[in-house]
Design a protein around this ligand. Structure first.
Ligand SMILES: Nc1ncnc2c1ncn2[C@@H]1O[C@H](COP(=O)(O)OP(=O)(O)OP(=O)(O)O)[C@@H](O)[C@H]1O
Length: 575
């Protein structure tokens, strides 16, 4: 394929240099020296991409960007004077796919042109305009949901994937920001590079600089070898700054500089290392508000938030719940190596659609994981979901989308479990002045509490999945004697019990008596207890999981799930 380009700049020498570079890359190009000339070339000829300066003698290159982006999908990149970042950002917002600074560095120019060529190739591979492209197929398989709001989101993702502009993903916790960030990378010309996600809130502040920029051996105590930072690891690909609001102010300055200069200097190094990255970032916090409060730098906000993509809450797209549920049931079956995916009964689907998902899609997945664990068969019914019973009172949430749903109330066909993917069945909800849980609050809530209506019902929101447990589920599946002890619990063991079936109610000399609450918190305490019981059962049955499950009064599937969650290696616990 011979690509064609339109190059627009009033500096004759620079145009010549760009033309030579393009020719070496097998690209034919025309040169325009003014905006007017560029516009008339554009009208008469067909170009695969356009590279334009912003400062033209008779106008601004931004007008050309606007014209090209609004009338075609042709990639257009801009050349900006050094330091005029504001204009570059404006061009990106108007639809330019990338920018390059003056004085022009040829490697950077070549990189930009390579990216443009990848986008063009991708477009040409899409032969039939009506066929679903591989990109759309990938998007549909990983981002589940066909509601109108998801449809718009998917189209925007496809457009953003072509661009190099920094994207800021906003939305409540569990709405799928990381899923979308990965998709933008996987659909972009950078897909052959690495996608490097980093949880900015999880890095200790004293290690941050070294983590982001790397270090040289001996540059500080503990630097025993050279280390590549995250920026370098992501070079050629995408750096995803998750929980970006949690960056300390001092680090924000350094990050801004690295992003703007596209260079990093590892700690203890004298040289700057060029990096070619696209920045995606996300937070469930209100970054704009943090800027007002002075805890997030405005200039960094402006730099990373060139394009904002807001992810909808699950409560705003209840019609997607059946498809999402089926997606997760299949996924969990595969991950847990179950014989077949579980199925939800009609009432279970209905109950899910009546739930207030403060934890969004993550909460839905967690509810299903727990339900699979608790159900004895392939069918999941309402009682396995562990959601509070609906009454006039607790059904009545002060919850806008739920009330909108009530307006769309439909009766349902109860024949076929699988028919729910396309259905949108919603129960009536009354309004009360009970406040709905805000995602931020929910994020920090203990997972045993059903807080939204003050009822003592089981409604667990373990948002951070990986090692989160479900205390009520654990309680429910514990042997009665163990449960009794937990309920009475004045005496708590931190030592592995030598034998299950001991009188666990009887305080033993190895048990540490405590009168207060567990110092490590409920989750950690329950996790320890569960681990201790499972290991004891495995030891007693010489690693036989079926027998261990029987001893624990639970199912094989449940035991296997818990072992996976707790990372218990069965081989280590058989005699
Ligand atoms: N539309 C979706 N289709 C399929 N899975 C989804 C979708 N949205 C979210 N998920 C799943 O939900 C869980 C949470 O998603 P993700 O981690 O992307 O959320 P997030 O918005 O980044 O959350 P946080 O702000 O807490 O980091 C993951 O298991 C993810 O795979």
């Amino acid at each position: 394929m011979t690509a064609t380009a339109l190059v627009v700049d009033d500096e004759v020498d620079l145009c010549r240099l760009m033309q030579i570079t393009l020719t070496k890359m097998g690209i034919k190009s025309d040169v325009a020296y003014t905006l007017l000339q560029a516009q008339s070339y554009w009208q008469v000829n067909e170009y695969d991409f356009c590279l334009t300066d912003l400062n033209l003698p008779d106008g601004s290159g931004l007008d050309l960007v606007k014209q090209i982006s609004s009338s075609s999908s042709t990639p257009v990149a801009v050349i900006t004077a050094h330091g005029s970042m504001d204009l570059a950002i404006e061009a990106l917002k108007l639809g330019a796919f990338d920018f390059v600074n003056k004085p022009l560095e040829l490697p950077r120019l070549r990189q930009l042109v390579e990216n443009a060529l990848k986008v063009i190739r991708q477009d040409k591979d899409t032969k039939s305009p009506n066929a679903r492209t591989p990109e759309q197929q990938l998007l549909d398989s990983r981002l589940i949901g066909n509601s109108a709001v998801m449809h718009t989101l998917k189209n925007t993702i496809l457009k953003l994937a072509r661009s190099q502009a920094p994207v800021f993903l906003s939305g409540a916790s569990g709405t799928g920001k990381e899923v979308v960030a990965r998709l933008i990378h996987d659909l972009s010309p950078r897909r052959d590079g690495s996608f490097v996600p980093v949880n900015c809130g999880a890095i200790p502040s004293e290690l941050m600089e070294s983590e982001f920029f790397g270090h040289k051996k001996g540059s500080f105590t503990g630097a025993v070898a050279d280390k590549q930072g995250l920026f370098q690891q992501a070079s050629g690909g995408t750096l995803f700054l998750d929980e970006v609001a949690d960056l300390p102010l001092a680090m924000q300055v350094k990050l801004l500089r690295a992003i703007q200069e596209k260079n990093v200097r590892p700690i203890g190094d004298t040289r700057e290392v060029p990096v070619d990255i696209r920045i995606l970032s996300a937070t469930h916090k209100d970054l704009n508000q943090l800027v007002q409060l002075g805890t997030f730098r405005q200039d960094l906000y402006y730099r990373i938030n060139v394009i904002e993509l807001k992810l909808p809450a699950l409560n705003a797209r209840y019609e997607d719940i059946p498809a999402l549920a089926q997606h997760f049931l299949a996924l969990i079956a595969e991950e847990w190596q179950l014989d077949a995916p579980s199925q939800l009964t009609d009432s279970a689907y209905k109950r899910l659609q009546q739930h207030d998902f403060s934890g969004n899609v993550r909460e839905l997945r967690n509810i299903l994981e727990r339900a699979i664990t608790l159900s004895e068969s392939i069918m999941i019914d309402v009682n396995h979901l562990g959601l509070p019973e609906l009454s006039d009172n607790n059904e009545a949430l002060n919850h806008e989308p739920l009330n909108q749903k009530a307006l769309n109330h439909e009766t349902r066909n109860t024949d076929n479990v699988m028919s729910h993917a396309a259905s949108n069945h919603i129960a009536t909800a009354n309004t009360t002045d009970l406040p709905a849980i805000k995602p931020d609050q929910a994020h920090n809530m203990p997972s045993t509490a059903s807080t939204k209506n003050g009822l003592n019902a089981i409604n667990l929101h373990p948002y951070r999945t990986t090692n989160q447990l479900y205390p009520s589920a654990i309680q429910a599946s514990m042997p009665t004697n163990v449960r009794k002890r937990s309920a009475q619990n004045e005496t708590i063991s931190n030592e592995p019990s030598s034998k299950l079936g001991e009188d666990v109610n009887k305080p033993s000399s190895t048990l540490a008596s405590i009168t207060g609450l567990p110092s490590k918190g409920l989750e950690a305490y329950l996790q320890e207890q569960e681990e201790r019981l499972i290991i004891a059962a495995l030891k007693q049955t010489n690693g036989n999981k079926t027998q261990a499950a029987e001893l624990l009064g639970t199912t094989f599937r449940s035991l296997r799930y818990r072992m996976k969650k707790l990372e218990i290696d069965e081989d280590q616990h058989s005699d």
